[in-house]
Write a protein that binds this ligand. Sequence first.
Ligand SMILES: [Zn+2]
Length: 279
Amino acid sequence: MQITEHVYSTHIEEDPNTFGAMHPGGTQIYFVGDPTKEMVMIDSGENYRHWTQQIIKYHAELGSPVISTIFITHGHGDHIGGLDRLQEYFGCAVRCHPKLAPFLAHKLDSSPDEPTVQKLKSNEIIQISGETTLKAIFTPGHEEDHVVYHLKQDRVLFSGDTILGNSTGSVRNLNQYISSLRKMLTLKPEIICPGHGNTVSNATNRIQFYLHHRLQRESQILTAVKEGSVTVGQIVDTVYPRNLRKNLRAAAARNVETHLSKLVEENIIHKTDSTYSPI
Ligand SMILES: [Zn+2]
């Protein structure tokens, strides 16, 4: 599917009833550039053989352009799975956050003399083909090695798991996450191409919604604690919808824990063993 002049995507559906289906709206793998010349890819999906096969088939449908680089948004298994197969198939470079580079270099047998895996610099601008460039912006929060990529020419932001198409994602460090969202807002993108779910056409609104959502969630959690919820499980039951899918509950609990550590750090609530109380 073509999204903008320079952005193409293959959408991988995930059956909610099978193992590993964690992502509402499936996963998108992006090809960026000029299909008649040279392109790059963003992420490599899960390590399932049929995912890799779908990506290779889509590359053929695009006319088998040269793939110069695979850019990685972060080191979670659903973004770097199949990377060894795809890197070998395309014979391309892999670019990622410096914190992820040693792991990927080991995974791909990248040699120091001719490194396949190359560290990005913060705010590095990389030429893709012709005038087309991608800017790599370090956006910790969902994970500390997270990078989003800005395609200024098309006003597109590849958001990895920092912003999702059909849901809100999990956060490891909330303070970092909020400043990453603010950084993304300053880019004024029109379209967000997320790692999972549908493309978002009102990009700025979505980023503002995410910021608002986090602050609102924090106040809900604080209210729950003040009203007598003492464990993470009780807070999840109070704050999240009752019909929350089982496989999303663990992510919800992690989110609650992230908020709680921020509130503990800020001396707003108190933690004893695994129970919480207002100060
Ligand atoms: Zn993901």
